[in-house]
Design a protein around this ligand. Sequence first.
Ligand code: HEC
Length: 110
Amino acid sequence: MKNMILAASIALLLLAKGAHAQQPPGDVAKGKALYMKNGCYECHGTVGQGGTGPRLAPRTASLAYVRKPAGQMPPYTPKVMPDAELLDVQAYLMSIPAPPAVKSLGILNQ
Ligand code: HEC
């Protein structure tokens, strides 16, 4: 059972990697780990869906905002999160598919 879960996770990771032609240079799996480790998920949701902070996924823009946030968000210096790690997190956020349009969800249209 454990092996099946592991195999499924790896397959999903590979799918997430292959599905996006314009991935930034970062590493999706590392980015996900960093996103969780550094607490981004606490405000932006575990898959970047948003929470206290705005939705972040799917995202193509740079994450430079984290260096000097203008509002409620705490700053992340290069010491805490080097640029390479930001690229990994960006790759992770980009690998998350956009949610379906509300119009495509039949019952919500009635
Ligand atoms: C304590 C809550 C909190 C944490 C932790 C946090 N954020 Fe934020 N973030 C916010 C809020 C709130 C905003 C909205 C602007 C503001 O108030 O600064 C924001 C805004 C942003 C934006 C700009 C959004 C846009 O649409 O341009 C980015 C990018 C971002 N956060 C990335 C991150 C990343 C990456 C991490 C982890 C390294 C992180 N945030 C951790 C609360 C948080």
